[in-house]
Design a protein around this ligand. Structure first.
Ligand code: CA
Ligand code: CA
Length: 130
C-alpha cells in the first residue's frame, strides 16, 4: 500500500478502511484516470452514434428507411468515405462493394451488412492484418 505522510510517500503501510491515509495526490490521480476513461467512453459511444445517424440519414432517401439502396449507398460512399474507399465514385467499384456486402442478396444494405464495410475499413486504417 502507498501512503502519503508529511509530504513523503511511504510504501508498505496499511491504509485504514475509512480511507484515511490515502493521499490527496493519489486521489487526484485516480480521479483523473476515471475522467479520462469516461472521456474515452463518451468518444467511442459518440462514434457509434455518428455511424448510426449517418446510415439513417442516407437510408431514408428512398425505399425502406432501414436499408441503403444502391443509389443511397453510392451517395454515402462519395460524400462520407471517399478518403477511405478508393474510387468511391466509380460505378463498378460501388457495384462490387454492394454485392460483396449484400449477404442476403436483396439488393439493399441493412445496417449490419453496412457495418462489415466499416469494420473492414477501420481494420485497414488501423493497420491490422486482414
Ligand atoms: Ca432506403
Ligand atoms: Ca441485404
Amino acid at each position: 500500500m502507498l501512503r502519503w505522510k508529511d509530504g513523503e510517500l511511504f510504501l508498505g503501510e496499511a491504509v485504514s478502511s475509512s480511507g484515511h491515509g490515502v493521499t490527496a495526490g493519489l486521489m487526484l490521480a485516480e480521479e483523473k484516470n476515471i475522467k479520462e476513461r469516461q472521456i474515452v467512453k463518451v468518444v467511442m459511444e459518440s462514434a457509434i452514434g455518428v455511424l448510426v445517424t449517418q446510415f439513417k440519414a442516407y437510408a431514408g432517401s428512398d425505399g425502406s428507411s432501414d436499408t441503403l439502396s444502391r443509389d443511397e449507398f453510392c451517395k454515402l460512399l462519395k460524400s462520407e468515405l471517399s478518403n477511405f474507399v478508393k474510387d468511391a465514385a466509380d460505378p463498378a467499384v460501388v457495384d462490387q462493394l454492394m454485392s460483396s456486402l449484400d449477404k442476403n442478396n436483396d439488393g439493399e444494405l441493412n445496417f449490419l451488412e453496412f457495418w462489415h464495410l466499416i469494420g473492414h475499413l477501420a481494420s485497414k486504417h488501423g493497420g491490422f492484418s486482414q
